[in-house]
Design a protein around this ligand. Sequence first.
Ligand SMILES: OC[C@H]1O[C@H](O[C@H]2O[C@H](CO)[C@@H](O)[C@H](O)[C@H]2O)[C@H](O)[C@@H](O)[C@@H]1O
Length: 599
Amino acid sequence: MPGRIEDYALIGDLQTAALVGRDGSIDWLCLPRFDSPSCFAALLGGDEHGHWRIAPTSDGHAPRRSYVGDSLVLQTEWTTATGTVRVIDFMPQRDKTPDVIRIVEGVSGEVHMTGEVRLRFDYARIIPWMRRTNHHRVAVAGPDAVWLHCGDGVRTVGKDFATVSTFTVRAGDRVPFVLSYAPSHQRQPRRPDAEAELKSTLADWEAWSDRCSAKMADRDHAAVKRSLITLKALTYEPTGGIVAAATAGLPEQIGGARNWDYRFCWLRDSTMTLSALLNAGYRREAEAWHNWLLRAIAGDPADLQTMYGVGGERRLPETVADWLPGYEGSHPVRFGNAAVDQLQLDVYGEVVDTLYLAHQRGITIERHVWGLLRKLLEYLEEHWSDPDEGLWEVRGPRRQFVHSKIMCWVAFDRAVKLADETGLPGPTERWRELRDLIHDDVSARGVDPKRGVFTQYYGGKELDAATLFVVKTGFLPPYDTRVVATVEAIQRELDHDGFVRRYSTPEGADQTDAVDGLAGTEGAFLACSYWLADALLAIGRVDQARALFDRVSGLANDLGLISEEWDPLTRRQLGNTPQAFTHVALVNTAFALAAAEEE
Ligand SMILES: OC[C@H]1O[C@H](O[C@H]2O[C@H](CO)[C@@H](O)[C@H](O)[C@H]2O)[C@H](O)[C@@H](O)[C@@H]1O
């Protein structure tokens, strides 16, 4: 049985990531990439779906955990009746093969430990063939091979298709375990020196963290730093692509059907991530992502997708893994994501906005990039008034979503600014006209005439937290009465016990007539809670913004990690974890608060 979502820690090597539970069990690991099939998927079922636990044989619960400094090296410490033991978990930034290293360290007394590795390939569909070599156990099936080295002197036995070890650590002992992946047709990969890798992994992360040049309030420092490290950990180093989260299938409602695969690069999520990294001084990441973007979207502008694979792949077909029970019975479990085929017009605005931010931070917009941008805007000129699935990726009918239109306005607005500020040639008069046309259209059709608030879609009555972008993007000034009325209405009516729902979902599990076309309901959407704090700041309500920011950030687990949503009733995190969208929003609100509080 997996732990609670907030029980998990993240380790990773900038190409993939693993989730480590409080009980010392790695319950999620996909190799060799974020979006590869898993070899540990206990998270979406139980131990039988693959896991690797190392923990004291008895008293194996309630450990203390922390990351070592500003790194992604995790240490979990248990105090038992006979002594204290620490397990240090990390993945070295990759040289050739992906490695997971676990060093068991005796702190005091002596502790009897049990290790159990149950490898299951292809999302737990395949039990690999295990064999023993001199120093390793190797698991092979189809294209994959995993090599496991258990510390010198640790005796292992095969039991129920798992490798089990029992050993005792005494104060001062350090017992390394190494799991390495290689394609099965290749030779055994080089076994890394665990202690040397620990040193260099710590040094890599500390050096990266030291590059942060952002200003923030002292009280927000730890949360922001951890969020930035998490965002970096979600970046696929070889290409610069940024995944929305490390996991697939974690539910937006426990036991519900809203279980999606987030191990892809959404233009929306990654442009926001990029802004946060740029604002924190991480220019190299910005340049890498910028290049990833240009490769990913190259071609016909009509083919622009909402999301891509980490290498820029375009086909991400959604399949149901009916052999997996799902997290606490939340099924179906889906791999791939059908939202890839949707029309989400907001992404045009997000892409142009990010290019504008990059330009403001000194990154040159090259001529071929400008050419691509002009083509995108030609396409948008023809299509901005089409209905779409919107940023919430509804699976109901397409609508005229107000947020999508606001972001189309952003696309033309930023293009005009870019042309004016760089001197790059373009039909700026036409872009100005389109910008004004969209503004008029949204003002006329996106506001409830009775209440004077922005609605979710043209002609609707419902609210949508995404309309807070009306002030975030500069579409309207903060003192506009429609802005203030919308902020107050969202604060009041989308409230979910002090947090914010993204839009209203009907109660009851069998209703599929909701705008999103999905059965069931969901928790408070944490990014939206931060967006409300941003909007409150914009309209001068700094104290309310601070209180909301602290409340949301207080939901992070003991390691500073947050998933997509929160259920205030059961007080549990929900959805994929850790989620870039939430951490980005945390970082951006912290920066905005720092500026407002300094004033
Ligand atoms: O709620 C339905 C949709 O949920 C997912 O999308 C959400 O996550 C994306 C990644 O963080 C984010 O960009 C989007 O705005 C969110 O709505 C899921 O990926 C969709 O397939 C699903 O329809």
